[in-house]
Design a binder for this molecule. Structure first.
Ligand code: CTP
Ligand code: ZN
Length: 153
């Protein structure tokens, strides 16, 4: 069977594949990709045999690492990072939840000390029945990933 690509292949960079549909647009600010000048193509709600529908992000000229794979896992636990060189996949990194996440997420609790003083945010990450829980180290409140909409810049 002929395989066609919904989004063109890239020469050098990273393809974040198998992103849960609807999450790609959250990953762009999370990875701070909107601050840089990389060429990025995004596919939303693409048909996937594995997932029904999925999102995909292709970033030219940037090789992501395990560190980013951990951040991505919070919003896209099934994602695979394909590292591309000379049009070939040279490495696959599976998204894996980190144990903790520092400085990137902002605690939604307006009374949290992190909202008033310049302390770096810190969340402890756990998952239960496929749901990610983010436990703020400072105010001790627990949030789901849907409640966290802001990232530090
Ligand atoms: N890809 C790309 N540009 C390339 C090579 C691959 O955009 N030069 C994309 C493919 O379209 C696919 C992803 O990177 O979305 C992974 O490629 P590949 O490992 O060849 O695909 P699969 O075997 O289907 O991957 P998996 O088993 O992870 O689903
Ligand atoms: Zn807090």
């Amino acid at each position: 069977m002929k395989k066609t690509l919904s989004v063109s292949a890239i020469n050098h960079g990273t393809v974040i594949d198998h992103i849960d549909a609807g999450q790609a647009l959250k990953l762009i600010p999370l990875l701070k990709l909107n601050h840089d000048h990389y060429q990025i193509t995004i596919g939303l709600n693409l048909t996937s045999t594995l997932m029904g529908s999925k999102d995909i992000i292709k970033i030219n000229d940037l090789h992501l690492t395990e560190k980013e794979a951990a951040q991505i896992a919070i919003f896209a636990p099934h994602a695979t990072l394909n590292i591309i060189d000379d049009y070939s996949v040279i490495r696959k990194i599976k998204a894996r939840l980190p144990q903790e996440i520092r400085s990137i997420l902002i605690c939604p609790n307006k009374n949290c000390i992190t909202a008033h003083e310049t302390v770096e945010s810190l969340f402890h990450v756990s998952s239960f029945k496929n749901k990610v829980h983010l436990h703020c180290n400072y105010c001790e409140k627990i949030f789901s990933k849907h409640e966290i909409e802001e990232y530090s810049t």
